[in-house]
Write a protein that binds this ligand. Structure first.
Ligand code: NAP
Length: 293
């Protein structure tokens, strides 16, 4: 049976920088939305707009036939899906489970297999596009799993993103996201270095962006994060602690495949240095601080 607004209750777990905006689009589209977050205060706006609160992950899983998660780390994903109070032990048979957290490909495969054993449908669907993309419902969504499950939930994914592609079987979404993060990791070094160079050369960095933002150097990071670097706005955005997590996942995965990743290694050491200076809860654009010293 196709999912419709009438027969669907969407559960949303993880209402941080990204999840809060993503859940709001589903609510605005007219779906019944049931939410849970570790820190309840972050759900207040959604509750005021008509979302329903559950006190536990298990409570959301019992109510919803489509459960979306946007938590922080792979260990959060493991707990939320596979723990005793988790989605799979407490969810409805036939439900669709969509993890949009950036997590490991191997955990996505494990969740897919466990979901299948319990008559549920799991997809890994990490995103790109940042806090802006989440707010404006313009995310890129990279999906792994079965095609019929992808097609079933695509109308719901379309409420959060504009570029939604099935990349292959379970884990393929997370592998694709690692390609994205590998690109970003080296690109952010280039962006920081370019802005630091512009300042040292006595240029107006904002005017420099007017030229290089639309040429061959143009990128999402250059156009969205360099202005924040110039303005001295280091709010997250995308947390330094999360890019360190993502670089770690990509690094381990590349190592398993015997792939050399010198770009990732440099980014890893620079972001770890930044975190050691107390910047782990800043946005990734704080990388410029290493150059401004
Ligand atoms: P965030 O603000 O830290 O949000 C994560 C939320 O999940 C937090 O509100 C956290 O609760 C909640 N949470 C964690 N474990 C939980 C659990 N066991 N049960 C219930 N809630 C739990 O991070 P974010 O920036 O939204 O990022 C979320 C994920 O998306 C990360 O994997 C990140 O790497 C990825 N991502 C982020 C961006 C970006 O630009 N921000 C872009 C693409 C992908 P608390 O409120 O208690 O901490």
């Amino acid at each position: 049976m196709a999912l419709t607004k009438e027969n669907t209750v969407v559960g949303f777990i993880g209402l941080g920088v990204m999840g809060k905006s993503m859940a709001s689009h589903i609510l605005k589209a007219g779906y019944e939305v049931v939410v849970y977050n570790r820190t309840k205060a972050k759900a207040e706006d959604l509750l005021a707009s008509g979302a329903q609160w559950q006190d536990t992950v298990a409570g959301v899983a019992a109510r919803a036939n489509v459960v979306i998660t946007m938590v922080g780390y792979p260990q959060d994903v493991e707990e939320v899906y596979l723990g005793a109070g988790g989605i799979i032990p407490n969810g409805q048979a036939g439900s669709y489970l969509i993890d949009m957290t950036t997590s490991t490909p191997s955990l996505a495969e494990k969740i897919y297999a466990r979901a299948k054993e319990n008559g549920m449908h799991a997809l890994d669907a990490p995103v790109s596009g940042g806090d802006v993309g989440a707010r404006e419902a313009r995310l890129t969504i990279m999906v792994g799993g079965d095609e019929e499950d992808f097609e079933a939930v695509k109308p719901i994914l379309s409420l959060m993103g504009t570029n939604i592609v099935l990349q292959g079987k379970a884990g393929a979404g997370q592998h694709t996201k690692m390609c994205n993060q590998i690109t970003i990791a080296s690109n952010m070094i280039g962006v920081s270095e370019a802005i630091a160079y512009a300042k040292k050369a006595g240029l107006d960095p904002t005017r420099v962006l007017e030229s290089i933002g639309t040429g061959a150097a143009g990128s999402w990071s250059l156009n969205n994060l360099a202005p924040r670097m110039i303005a001295g706005n280091f709010d997250p955005g995308f947390y330094v602690k999360h890019i360190i997590k993502d670089i770690g996942i990509a690094f381990d995965s590349a190592k398993e495949m015997g792939l050399m990743t010198p770009g990732l290694e440099l980014a890893k050491s620079l972001y770890e240095e930044l975190a050691a200076q107390g910047e782990e809860n800043s946005g990734t654009q704080a990388l410029i601080k290493l150059y401004d010293k």
